[in-house]
Design a protein around this ligand. Structure first.
Ligand SMILES: Nc1ncnc2c1ncn2[C@@H]1O[C@H](COP(=O)(O)OP(=O)(O)OP(=O)(O)O)[C@@H](O)[C@H]1O
Ligand SMILES: [Mg+2]
Length: 398
């Protein structure tokens, strides 16, 4: 249990250190950090505190906004130091501040305020289900991949992630691992402050609570790790760092959905090591289907055996001259899901609103919803009396 005091006043720092003991540490921030992520970047790897004492002096607005962020999003109780208790009481209460202590208060007063805050932290703990509260067991990593580009990976991954997030709040994070050309942020119409490289290095890569403060939240409650907007920054993210990020997210979220770049890049391979369900997408054309056959063979040759796999055939249209049976014969296994070609898809992308967010009744949306149900259930689902999604189980030689 540690206490953090953010203050430039040596008397306040000393009050906290005497009250709390050796696990109290101080930060003399100037200016005051207004959010948890700016606080974390100043802390440079120091442990996340159990309680925080904030002494913002002239940056009271920033102090209250940090207090609200710490209390509401991270369950860290805050003691505010100010000589304007009467004037600020209501605003402090609204920000979730537990106690107000005068900078000239006697030691005993600070001690009692910290004890009350600490007992509160111990009794409440992190909110269940909230990122930051460890998941009871490791979440499922669902990776969406394809040998070729432009076949519908981002369409599938964004809809799958949105569908899972809408079923259960705080359950799902979507990672854009198409590190150079990722377009998840555009498909979801979010304007991220932080992207993958910010989370793969620095404080967020070492502390799962800090990591949460870097995620972008979508209207549906989905959390997002957007791809980099700078190719140079993306190059600095190693496959190992990407794997580490995924590992941390899987400890915090029930579902980690990963969108990838075409082919088996080093980053995709490092993620496959941790993948529970692989969703392979292909378009209904000869090069796409041949590419998929090769990818399945390669995965088998490099001994990547996954618990579950699903093959999604996209751009279904009778005029294409290939049937599902042709595809199944070519890849040597069953096709699990068929997405019709539909204008609803590009329209939803242009609107920045995935079909499952819109509650669309388009046939594509129905199939995507079936994928969500399958992943959520972790098992086969029945549709119209026939088994229409059939995940290959571990050891499948297809
Ligand atoms: N079933 C469909 N019907 C019509 N258009 C579709 C369908 N699926 C995807 N599209 C469109 O095809 C384009 C490519 O889709 P998407 O971005 O999902 O593919 P991708 O595999 O992620 O591509 P990349 O490899 O470039 O990342 C998009 O414009 C999308 O709107
Ligand atoms: Mg894509």
């Amino acid at each position: 249990m540690s206490a953090l005091v953010v203050s430039r006043n040596p008397r306040v720092v000393s009050l906290v250190q005497q009250s709390w003991g050796p696990d109290a540490y101080a930060l003399a921030a100037d200016p005051f950090p207004p959010s948890v992520q700016s606080l974390m970047s100043e802390l440079e790897g120091a442990p996340f505190p159990t309680v925080a004492v904030l002494d913002p002096v002239e940056w009271m607005q920033d102090g209250l906004s940090l207090a609200a962020d710490l209390d509401q999003s991270f369950g860290v109780p805050v003691v505010l130091v100010t000589d304007r208790a009467n004037e600020l009481g209501l605003a402090a209460m609204r920000a979730g501040v537990r106690d107000i202590v005068h900078p000239m208060a006697p030691l005993e007063e600070m001690k009692q305020a910290l004890e009350r805050a600490a007992s509160h932290a111990a009794s409440e703990g992190p909110q269940p289900g909230a990122p930051g509260a460890a998941a009871p067991q490791r979440g499922k990593v669902v990776t969406v991949a394809s040998p070729k580009g432009g076949v519908g990976k981002t369409t599938v991954s964004t809809n799958l992630a949105v569908g899972l997030a809408m079923r259960e709040p705080n359950s799902t994070v979507l990672v854009d691992l198409d590190i150079h050309f990722g377009d998840v942020a555009t498909a979801l119409n979010v304007a991220p402050e932080f992207t993958l490289p910010d989370m793969a290095h620095g404080p967020a890569s070492r502390d799962s609570v800090a990591l949460k403060s870097y995620l972008t939240q979508h209207q549906t409650g989905l959390f997002v790790v957007p791809g980099s907007d700078s190719p140079a920054a993306a190059d600095a993210v190693s496959p190992k760092e990407a794997g580490n990020l995924l590992n941390m997210l899987a400890d915090q979220f029930k579902f980690v959905v990963v969108d990838t770049s075409p082919g088996l890049s080093e980053h995709t391979l490092s993620v496959l090591d941790q993948t529970d369900i692989l969703v392979l997408v292909t378009s209904l054309d000869v090069p796409g289907v041949r590419g998929l056959r090769k990818e399945l063979d390669t995965l088998r040759d490099i001994s990547i055996v996954l618990d579950s796999r699903a093959v999604v055939l996209n751009f279904m249209h009778p005029s294409r001259g290939i049937s599902v049976a042709d595809v199944e014969a070519s890849i040597g296994r069953k096709v699990d899901l068929q997405l019709p070609q539909s204008n609803a898809v590009p329209i939803s992308v242009n609107q920045g609103k995935p079909l499952l967010q819109q509650g669309s009744r388009d046939p594509v949306a129905k199939q995507l919803k079936a994928l969500v149900d399958l992943v959520a259930a972790g098992d086969e689902v029945q549709a119209k009396g026939r088994r229409f999604l059939d995940f290959a189980k571990k050891g499948d030689k297809s």
